[in-house]
Write a protein that binds this ligand. Structure first.
Ligand code: TXA
Ligand code: MG
Length: 351
């Protein structure tokens, strides 16, 4: 299959792009498109064959449900069996934006889209390309992140092409995604609202709107707790992993740098290719061939925005042993570390 790549420029719009993309979606095809979080791989959410194609293109297990993207509140009534008060409050504050809500699904949503579950994940993205695509296609768009299953999520169209070129009909290239981490997911189908995946919208931001929320314990723990499975099926799988062996080193700045330099010296003496993931503030502390600066510790947003691109660059650099600083923090740090720990298979040295 030839994958058509079309540019999207929010300041100079070409209506032909969205018309063509909309037609592909209505015909049951697949279109990758930018959102404010990461690129999505879109198909018609109410067409079971389109959902099956999404799983096939990504190589994703079909029990891992998809998020349905909408452009207006009317869509909620079509997709959800009932709409809890908390959903309306959260939509009012955070939609359109990087928030996904889990609700009981209506009969309109096929089980192919929800991975067999009776609940459905719904999100109203704020990126204008996503909005225009939903509008021009006239369908609700099921869209997981547009990466091959297990690889870092795509934050550039070139990442999508790397993974899915030749396997999907079209890629809409809207440049770099602003946030760079997938949406926060909150389950509202249970008695106490529960965060299933941390993201740009933090626990404190949720609690400010709807009061107490729980956090799925598996997203904050270092290792899987025996007998406890993450409630978002996708959080169960190994994810975001570069091909090299990634270890996180956490502690004071100087101690971390000393430890990483020691590990680098050891691996290099064995003839192995090493790399460091560091911040602007600490870059000069390392003696390493490959130093990838992920962003500034003063701006957690910059670290989130670059994380997946840096993990992909590790593969391009051919790094065999990768050492990363920790970027734990109260706000976005939770989401950043959730992804980084997964990428490292939870390998962390605490000093
Ligand atoms: O920011 C995002 O959410 C991006 C963009 C494209 O919108 N999408 C995204 O989709 O990250 P995906 O498929 O990569 O991640 C969806 C996650 C998975 O972990 C999945 O298991 C979970 O949402 N999920 C979907 N439906 C669910 C449901 N009904 N119950 C629990 N978890 C669900
Ligand atoms: Mg994903």
């Amino acid at each position: 299959m030839k994958t058509v790549i079309m540019k999207y420029d929010r300041d100079h719009k070409d209506p032909g792009v969205m018309e063509q993309a909309g037609r592909i979606l209505r015909d049951g095809g697949l279109v990758a498109f930018p959102t404010e979080t990461v690129y999505g791989l879109g198909g018609d959410a109410l067409n079971p064959r389109a959902s099956q194609k999404i799983y096939a293109a990504k190589g994703r297990p079909s029990d891992n449900p998809l998020i349905v993207h909408i452009a207006d509140m009317e869509a909620l009534k079509v997709l959800a069996r009932e709409i809890p008060e908390n959903a309306l409050k959260l939509a009012d504050r955070f939609w359109p934006g990087p928030l996904t809500m889990i609700l009981n699904k209506s009969d309109a949503v096929p089980h192919e889209t929800t991975g067999g579950l009776d609940t459905v994940a719904i999100r109203m993205p704020s990126h204008p390309a996503a909005y225009e695509l939903i509008r021009s296609s006239g369908v609700y768009i099921a869209a997981p992140s547009a990466n091959t299953s297990g690889r870092p999520s795509p934050t550039l169209a070139s990442h999508v092409e790397e993974d899915l070129g030749g396997r999907i009909d079209m890629i809409i290239d809207g440049g770099r995604c602003d946030i760079g981490l997938e949406s926060s997911i909150i389950d509202l189908s249970v008695p106490v609202p529960t965060i299933l995946r941390p993201g740009y919208i933090t626990r404190a931001m949720f609690e400010d709107v709807i009061g107490h929320v729980d956090v799925d314990p598996t997203i904050v723990s270092d290792s899987l707790i025996p007998g406890q499975k993450p409630k978002a099926p996708g959080m169960r799988y190994k994810h975001y992993a570069p091909r090299g062996d990634l270890t996180i080193v956490e502690g004071g700045r100087q101690a971390v740098a000393a430890k990483i330099n020691e590990l680098i010296a050891l691996r290099e003496s064995q003839g192995r290719r090493t790399a460091v993931i560091c911040s602007e503030e600490t870059r000069n502390l390392y003696r390493c061939g490959i130093r990838e600066t992920i962003g500034s510790r003063e701006h957690e947003e910059s670290i989130a925005a670059n994380l997946y691109d840096v993990l992909r660059r590790m593969d391009r650099d051919g790094a065999e042993y990768i050492y990363s600083e920790s970027f734990a923090g109260a706000g976005l740090g939770t989401a950043i570390m959730n992804r980084l720990l997964k990428a490292a298979g939870h390998k962390i040295i605490r000093l």
